[in-house]
Design a protein. Structure first.
Length: 215
């Protein structure tokens, strides 16, 4: 499992803020970031990961969905999140569902699904780590003035992570400003969000140990 995540973390360039959702099997194979990882993710047993425990199964399914999402396979990610034990009734599954639609570029759907996870227990940790990146590594104040820059500065001033505000930032960047100076920073925030959520989902599914390289 850790080896899969290590390869996803090594993506260079970073995952795009928006990718095309394809459904045809041959097209999926051509559009995923790694065909080899696609096979490995499909081989993960939800039953083995959750050790057959009913309360862990929604997280195990969500974990597999998160791996597919990070590998640019929106179709298999979405299919996993349609499982009846997750769909509309599980905050972690809903959060993954929202991120998936955000990367698809469907901002109405992403606000709907993300809103179902608005009180997620992971938000304080997300805020701490993403704010630390923005303040210590992104050097926001040296960037040319833009609405995206100002929005990212506001993220550092939040008391907790606000995924709905980050949707606004992604929509601003992808639909309006398309500013190369801020795009890489927004992509890095997206990567941190996915990686931190993936670690949490893995732990809740019954997995042990650290599988993401997030300080």
């Amino acid at each position: 499992m850790k080896q899969i995540v290590e390869q996803l973390e090594s993506r260079n360039p970073l995952q795009e803020l928006r990718i095309e959702w394809v459904t045809d099997r041959e097209a999926i194979r051509e559009s995923v970031w790694s065909k080899e990882l696609d096979d490995q993710i499909n081989d993960i047993s939800v039953d083995n990961l959750s050790n057959g425990e009913a309360d862990k199964r929604p997280y195990a399914i969500s974990f597999v969905a998160g791996l597919h999402l990070w590998n640019d396979n929106l179709e298999d990610c979405h299919e996993a999140l349609q499982d009846s034990i997750i769909y509309g009734v599980h905050d972690t599954g809903s959060y993954w569902h929202g991120i998936m639609h955000r990367i698809e570029g469907d901002f109405g759907n992403t606000r709907y699904w993300t809103g179902k996870a608005r009180n997620h227990s992971l938000f304080p940790e997300l805020q701490t780590k993403i704010s630390a990146y923005l303040q210590n590594e992104a050097d926001l104040h040296s960037l040319p003035e833009s609405d995206t820059k100002q929005a990212l500065i506001k993220v550092t001033e939040q008391s907790t992570w606000n995924p709905l505000f980050f949707i606004d930032i992604v929509e601003l960047q992808t639909n309006k400003e398309k500013n190369p100076a801020t795009e890489e920073i927004v992509k890095k925030v997206q990567q941190l969000e996915i990686a931190i959520l993936l670690q949490y989902t893995y732990e809740q599914s019954g997995g042990t140990g650290t599988i993401v390289d997030i300080a």
